[in-house]
Design a protein. Sequence first.
Length: 264
Amino acid sequence: MLRLIAFVTSALLFLVAQCSGFAPTTSTLRRPRPSWPAALASVDPGDVESARGVFYFWFFGGSGGGGIALSQFPQQFANFKRLYEISSDGPSGGGDTVGISPLCLYPRDLCKADLDKIFTNKLVRNVEKMVEQGPKPNYMSEKGYLCYPSFVAACAGCDPLTVRAVFDAMSTGDNVEPDLAQDKLDGFAADASPDRAAFKSAFLGTKLQGFSSIAFLLFLLGPIVGATCLDALAAGWFPEWPGSAGLPWSLLSPSALSIPQFWV
């Protein structure tokens, strides 16, 4: 769910960036600056107030998106640690493996026998019954979504790591729409390829989707939100500082010490 919120937040920020009503304009944030000492006397109060409004909007909006994105790193680490803990729990049927991609970041490969045991499970093949009979630990599961604990309960006696992998092939979180889960499971079971290509493709796709949503949000927070906040900060509080045109690198130069002289 946090990944979904993060992605929606990033999309909204990107859309707002395209709207002239909120995006900083050249006239507002990069208007020509006269030389000191006449600089402060020439500041247009309307431009300063507008720039400050832009800064507040983007700073607090970006902080919310950044907090969501950064919170994913400890969660991803905890998930990765949990995968290692269950990787040797068993029971596993052993035998041939299917060759999952290293990009999935799983501690070991999955056995074909363990996947087949899940895909041929009659209860697993009936998502509606899994939802009805399984535990409902969260709001989404109470609303009819298939949650991970319900899937685990239906896969009793199966290899825990394989159970987690099959669920990860259907969702980037711990809940999945019942119709989507049913379609995925039917497709996995119908695939007769020796390496279970349908499952592997879906598994890799959802894992990459989860990783890329965080990376995409962080990318937007950098060049879009970060740059806009810096421009608005300069235009709203020290618009005549000569180093404003060279942000952000000018903040690292000795000239940054002169910013208080230009404060308005």
